[in-house]
Design a protein around this ligand. Structure first.
Ligand SMILES: [Zn+2]
Ligand SMILES: [Zn+2]
Length: 903
């Protein structure tokens, strides 16, 4: 819906949409900006322009409009105690990694905390009413502005004030009154300084009016009144109206402190620490003047380069001074911001990577490292992380628990970046020589495929400036990921299937056949057949005499797939029986994934989350989020802990909870398997070890699993490690199999299990010795073989050709002979095809006199193509090969044709 249209409609009836009791009681006047026509409300008779256009905008820098001074932490304490005194519940922040919505990687606003997606609808679930929350929000769209504008952050604290108007909550009048009181009474801001601007909000099918409030041109908050649904020609009032007031805590601190930038008062001691460390000389008057000009210029231009230039001119800074003072300051601010974002994101379980939301995290870390490199600074990142957490922990005590994990991840990523620098430098040099102009698309591709950040390219002078659209584009690409939809079947009018596997779970039962679809899908009124879901494979079994080969769920209807045409009659009551042995195998594997996941988290670190999982009878796998390959030692430790947990025979408790209640009780760790789109969640609790929301089948006690054995651990993509494992009987079978293989090897070695390693080393040594002897023999006989080849060579014009197909001797032999032969006879071309393991390798030499006719590299290139492969090389020597054994004859002919210059 077009916001402008809604705004112009609402503005024609301000009494209904905007006039709140406060405006009446205090005598606010409604005015229209003489520059842009926007409507605003003020107590100051002298202003005629909206906050975007007033003269004194940003004049709080160096001259705050209040005697009170609150830094970031203190500002939150003030806000919190004010709202708590006014009957709000203060709730803790939600994770910045948005586990409860699959359309968002990161939490981008406080209201997101309380939104749950049900089908195509967003519903609201508030743990209290009214409430406030200090919600850390991550946004990566304006990253180029961070550190530069004085007010842009990649993460910030949104003060969320939320209320549902009912017996406990309130609506517009009270909301605006509270916000006004907060500013005037708590923060000591003069009433006349506060301006409310009329605006609207629309999204997700609903809309409403909003009042943004400003002090001296700085937007402090925006109170949105979500009230209507529908469109402008036809809308109705929502059943559940909601107040969504979001205010930037960083700005609340800034307006009372009047520092040159918001960064100066929001990161605790960290900026000062860095400034002292690099020793730049700062004259606060000039800096204030500069950043005030930046803030003002931003309302005129979006181009950050132009904004910087304008501001420098006004502050009287020449280019040298800008480079010496402003640039490093911007760098320091940016580093402080980016590190704080990483602290929150990593604490909440996100990893820098080249997938999904991890892109943005890797980007900001690499920006940070590149900036430190560019200035040649010597910052201890661990120390900076400590400074952040020490400062933040009074508001966010949970950060203490992940302090070391954050350091670990950042250290790993830093090393990775340093390792890739050589390769990045080589690529940069290539670009430089090519003198190619790089587009935004090129830059995105370079970052996505090679991890090369535009900051690095700027540092290497490949590009002058980072295009302003780069970060926005990257953020759009990776902000959300659409989930795939499954095929829609017409199930209109069919009642929900009664799921017996969540009740008594009878493995034999009778059920009515309601409908057959496509001659192969059976729909029953109730079922114990588990439908594929949550990575758990479906049950098999029989409906009457017909085999059930697959079971899936569409909405709340379960479809039992049988072989086409082999279907029971509609309407009958059918005898059904599920394959209990199969079910039990899958069930044990499912509980095993929970055990293994929690074991991995315990052993490796808090960043371990289930990425995905698959549980069949004989095979299961669990993909976890982890930064590196697992070492053998780590795998063993995970196995040990998992099996200890099994031996403890811990009860696996399953209970239904209201979703909000489960989140409060167990935290967002429960969403290992992703988003749960139902109001009642099923909580699977391995007491004292692991709690997950899960719809799968589980054993009653961990002891039933018997044994877990990891069979393979492999890094399948950046940030994801796949664990393949077997449990129970399959685990025993697996170890028995391994044992058998060993016995076989032992027998072939003519050894015993105890002496196996020793014997193996003997064999290896023998083999090495044999190779050495062979090499010796080749050397001694190669002259003879070379002369033999020359004598057999065929004359083609001025040169000679020797070609051979060899299935016995290896390339080492032919390299030795070919080299010798072309030395003895300079007009010789020597070409050998070595056939081994279903493929052909080509070795070719051209003697000095043959090179002008045919270079060895060129010859191999042409011939390899015939064999369906590739090759090349230098003038005198070439190698290549292919896999198409049927083309050997053609390839031999090609050699001659090629020498003759025929095609
Ligand atoms: Zn205006
Ligand atoms: Zn599960």
């Amino acid at each position: 819906m077009d916001k402008d249209q809604i705004l112009s409609k609402f503005s024609t009836d301000p009494d209904r949409y905007y006039k709140v009791a406060l405006f009446e009681n205090e005598g606010f006047r409604r005015k229209s900006c003489i520059k842009c026509r926007r409507f605003f409300w003020t107590l100051d008779d002298n202003i005629s322009m909206c906050p975007d256009h007033i003269e004194n905008s940003y004049s709080f820098i160096g001259d705050p409009p209040t005697n009170k001074r609150f830094d970031y932490t203190q500002a939150w304490k003030e806000v919190e105690s004010f709202f708590v005194q006014n009957n709000h519940k203060s709730v803790g922040r939600y994770p910045v990694v948005c586990r409860w919505r699959d359309d968002l990687y990161f939490t981008i606003a406080s209201i997101v905390d309380f939104q749950r997606v049900m089908g195509s609808k967003v519903v609201f679930e508030f743990p209290a009413n009214p409430l406030i929350v200090p919600q850390t929000c991550l946004r990566f769209k304006d990253i180029e502005n961070v550190g530069v504008t004085g007010r842009h952050f990649s993460s910030f604290c949104m003060i969320g004030q939320h209320s549902i108007p009912n017996s406990q909550g309130y609506w517009k009048d009270k909301c605006v009154e509270l916000d006004f009181k907060l500013l005037t009474e708590r923060f000591g801001i003069n009433k006349k300084e506060i301006v409310f601007v009329e605006d609207v909000w629309a999204g997700g099918g609903s809309f409403g009016s909003s009042l943004e409030y400003f002090v001296r041109g700085l937007e402090l908050g925006n109170a949105v009144f979500t009230e209507f649904q529908g469109d402008l020609t036809n809308y109705s009032v929502l059943d559940q109206k909601i107040i969504d007031m979001g205010a930037g805590l960083e700005r609340f601190a800034w307006i009372t402190m009047g520092t040159p930038t918001a960064y100066d008062c929001c990161f605790g001691p960290i900026t000062k620490h860095m400034i002292t460390k690099i020793g730049i000389d700062i004259d606060s008057g000039t800096i204030s003047k500069y950043f005030m000009s930046v803030a003002k210029a931003l309302s005129e231009s979006n181009d950050i380069a132009i904004v910087r230039k304008m501001a420098a001119k006004i502050a009287g800074l020449d280019e040298t001074k800008q480079d010496k003072i402003i640039s490093p300051l911007e760098g320091i601010y940016m580093i402080a911001d980016h590190l704080r974002t990483l602290v929150f994101a990593i604490s909440d379980g996100a990893l820098p990577s080249n997938v999904g939301g991890g892109y943005n995290l890797r980007m900001i870390l690499r920006r940070t490292l590149a900036t430190i490199d560019r200035f040649g600074w010597n910052f201890d990142l661990n120390n900076l992380i400590d400074l952040h957490i020490d400062y933040l922990k009074s508001t966010y005590p949970e950060l203490e628990q992940t302090r070391n994990d954050v350091k670990t991840i950042i250290e790993i990523e830093k090393n990775r970046y340093n390792e890739s620098k050589v390769r990045m430098k080589n690529m940069a040099t290539t670009f430089k020589t090519q003198n190619k102009k790089l587009s935004v698309d090129d830059l995105i591709r370079l970052y996505e495929s090679d991890g090369i950040t535009p900051d690095f390219l700027k540092e290497s002078h490949i590009i002058q400036e980072i295009p302003s659209t780069f970060y926005e584009r990257l953020s759009d690409l990776h902000q959300s990921e659409k989930t795939e939809k499954k095929e829609e079947l017409d199930l209109e009018g069919i009642p929900d299937t009664d799921l017996l596997y969540y009740k008594d779970d009878p493995h034999e039962f009778k059920a009515k056949v309601l409908k057959i679809i496509k001659n192969k899908f059976v729909i029953l009124d109730k079922t114990s057949f588990y439908a594929r879901g949550g990575g758990q494979e479906p049950d098999h079994g029989k409906i009457e005499e017909f085999d059930v080969i697959d079971v899936s769920k569409h909405g709340n209807v379960v479809l039992h797939e049988v072989r086409e045409g082999e279907v029971p009659k509609e309407g009958i009551v059918a005898s059904c029986k599920i394959d209990s042995a199969r079910r039990y195998g899958i069930t044990r594997n499912h509980t095993s994934t929970h055990v293994l996941n929690a074991s991995a988290r315990n052993i490796l670190g808090s960043w371990i989350w289930q990425h995905s999982a698959f549980k069949d009878v004989e095979y299961a796998r669990l993909d976890i989020t982890h930064h590196s390959n697992l070492t053998e030692d780590e795998i063993m430790k995970i196995e040990d802990l998992a099996n200890t947990t099994i031996r403890k025979n811990i009860p696996v408790l399953i209970n239904q909870f209201e979703r909000g209640e489960a989140e409060q009780e167990y935290g967002f760790r429960i969403y290992q398997g992703g988003v749960v789109p139902v109001k009642l969640v099923r909580i699977v609790n391995i007491e004292g070890f692991d709690v997950e929301a899960c719809g799968g089948t589980h054993v009653q006690k961990t002891g039933e699993i018997g044994l877990i054995k990891i069979t393979k651990a492999e890094r399948i993509q950046d940030g994801v490690v796949r664990l393949e494992f077997v449990s129970s009987k399959s685990a025993l079978k697996y170890t028995q199999n391994q044992d058998q293989k060993i016995s076989h090897i032992v027998k072939s070695l003519g050894s015993s299990k105890e002496k196996m390693l020793e014997s193996f080393e003997h064999v290896m040594k023998d083999s090495d010795d044999a190779k050495k002897r062979l090499r010796h023999i080749i050397k001694r006989t190669s002259e003879a073989s070379a002369r033999e080849a020359i004598s057999q060579a065929k004359s083609i014009g001025k040169i000679k050709l020797y070609s051979t197909v060899d299935e016995e001797l290896d390339e080492e032999f032919h390299i030795s002979v070919g080299e010798m032969a072309t030395k003895i006879d300079k007009s010789l071309i020597y070409c050998a095809f070595i056939v081994k393991n279903e493929s052909i390798k080509i070795i070719s030499f051209s003697g000095a006199d043959a090179i002008p006719i045919k270079k060895a590299g060129d010859l191999v290139k042409e011939v390899s193509k015939v064999l369906g492969g590739s090759g090349g090389g230098r003038d005198a020597f070439g190698q290549g090969g292919g896999k198409d054994l049927s083309k050997i004859k053609d390839a031999l002919l090609t050699i001659e044709k090629s020498i003759l210059g025929e095609r």
